[in-house]
Design a protein around this ligand. Sequence first.
Ligand SMILES: Cc1ncc(COP(=O)(O)O)c(C=O)c1O
Length: 452
Amino acid sequence: MAKPTSMERYAEKFPRSKEMFEKAKDLVPRGVAHDAWQVSPFPLFMKQARGSHIWDVDGNEFIDYYGGHGGMMLGHAHPVVVRAAQEQLEKGVQLGTGCDLMLGWAGIIQRLVPSAERIEFMNSGTEAIMYGVRLARAHTGRKKIIRFQFHFAGAYDAVTVGYKKPFQVSVSGGVLPSAVEDTIVLPMNEEAALEEALRNRDVAVVMVEAAGASSGVVGIKPSFYQTMRELTEKYGTLLLFDEIVTGFRYSPGGVQAAVGVTPDLTTLGKGITGVMPGAGAIVGKKKVMEMFLFQDEDWNRYRRVSHFGTFNANPLCAATGIAYLDIIATGQPTKEANRNARTLRDGMQGKLDEREIPGCIYDGNFSVVHVYLGKCDLQGQCDRGVCVNAEKERPSEVGEALYRNFALQGVKTAVRGFDLFLSAVHSKEDLARTIRAFGNSLDTMIEEKVFK
Ligand SMILES: Cc1ncc(COP(=O)(O)O)c(C=O)c1O
């Protein structure tokens, strides 16, 4: 009898996920609630998680490397954070006015994030981006915004171009051409292109995923941070770092604290609570954030940036945010997650090298490990930290094959097996098992002729 393929073994090992996916499609059009959760032939359905582990509806246990889409540095259900949430649930979760906990929460953010002279809370990363763009346009009186190729920034209309080729076409139906016609998409790390685009002094903001596209898949040259700062200042444009993943992960103060370049605005999201759902923030320089201030009638009606949101700065998110960020502020979680990423990166690279498969495992010099399988002209010229090769391709079918093979061995990655988010609570045993699983996955993928 022929050996079952990994696709067949996947269907056999996760029957309840398959069943749920089919049933879910009668309720939720795609069967899942986020585009990035779709995977062939069906996504896994999970039931619970604790620390670095997660369990599916069939009772299988996995090491989790998605970590709340990158927001969790302390793993799932950290006891201190859970206690803070439980206590607050009993005290109320929406008090309909100012709340004492907001001060403590904003205070920690102000202390940690260099650009956070003022903070406004909202409910998601997408919302933070939306307010960032609106604020920049209102403050500068300019319409255009600049984004970089492949950078992700959530679901707000104006930023739905740039993430995927062709870069000038929105990734979504229903987005009006007028919503994206003022969004300019540029290649990353190219000083001349950036200066050319800024020269007319009509750009409100340059927005950048702070560690590069998709948490560092295509990274940023260290010198380019300063270039962006100098050029935006020269042409009166604001600089916005999207630190929705990197804030409180790259360092307790995000990329900006680590590289020593302070943007005018910063978007924060999942990382400000360690992923208690429903939190985001736009933070920035006082003079820009003052667009939110109430002043005279004329200003309030015609110039001020309005801000609503039933759950803004709600005490449940504030309580968990304080508990979480107090631990992050020690710096210890960053060190441990970075060390774990390095161990995984080097171990996985060893598995590629043993098999003489061209490719690279790199970590952007922080705690997200990326897999690239293929040739690279820059190989040997870099230290597998920041990768600036924007030409490399990561085909979906290869990423999904890696995801399925990892899953069969109890390792849960982001949906394509190419990205692994580390936390401070992944154990040595977790890492060793993952490295072995990567080697075995490569062997199966070679056997099944996944690599062209
Ligand atoms: C860099 C970046 N920006 C923005 C967003 C959007 O955040 P949210 O999913 O909270 O709307 C994400 C989400 O993954 C992100 O990674």
